[in-house]
Design a protein around this ligand. Sequence first.
Ligand SMILES: [Zn+2]
Ligand SMILES: [Zn+2]
Length: 308
Amino acid sequence: MDEVLKILDDYIFTPFLYPASWPTDYWLRQLLSLLIIVYTGATTLYFVTASLCYAFLFDKRLMNHPKFLKNQIRTEIKCSLMSMPLMNIPTAAMFFLHHRGYGKTYDGVSSSVWLGYMSLPVEFVLVVAFTDMMIYWIHRAFHHKLLYSAIHKPHHAFKVPSPFASHAFHPVDGFMQSFPYHLFPFIFPLNKYLYLIFFVLVNFWTVSIHDGDCKIPDLLKPFINGSAHHTDHHLYYNYNYGQFFTLWDRLAGSYRNPSTFEEKGPLHHVIKKNKVDSCQEYSEAKSVHPSGWAKSLKRNDALRLTTS
Ligand SMILES: [Zn+2]
Ligand SMILES: [Zn+2]
């Protein structure tokens, strides 16, 4: 984030935004700049990633599921846009503290860094393990009756989520689910670029587990918490709280084999229902109005094609 701030300071903030009396190391200027960067970056990432997932991965037939709300996508986007400016304030504050040197972030990679050239791979593994564990317990805590209604319920309004639900959180919920990424470099050393890369990656991952595309290589299915797991979390609440892996759900007894893996997921429900409706209309048309049978036959054939 330091590099991003420096580039924007040189080319945009200093010449066009701030008065000359505000030096680049003025704390208020840094805080405001980071807020602008986080808000612009997170909003852009949200729209680009969610739109691409919606266009290329999200199966639109899910929108025919009985639990897919009327105007749901508009509601998901509205909730995200209302929430993101507020959740970006503490996020920018976290980047600000690290930028001012209160954490353990560091520049570059060399033999002098804490684990030498092994620092990056070790930090990568540690960040994933640390955040996976913390997000599991934070998410699970938000399902406690004292917190659920006040904080986490808005995200569960979407029983069959689309990629646009990925950031549709109460602001406290949204920030707390990313808080472990900011906490980590207060405890352990972390390369500054890795810190920024993780901030971007977690946004991608959050969208990906809401994309309804439940295809995971068979080999990884027992380990990765993908959209099949998270879709069941939205549907059944008390299962699959995890972020990247199924580890903590398995250890803490909240793992549920995704219904999609057993061909009982929301998309299977839609396909099955369409087939039943199609067959009913087919037989009704045949018995009640023989002359309309041919038309109905064509329509049902078209329906079958769209649901197979
Ligand atoms: Zn939840
Ligand atoms: Zn979700």
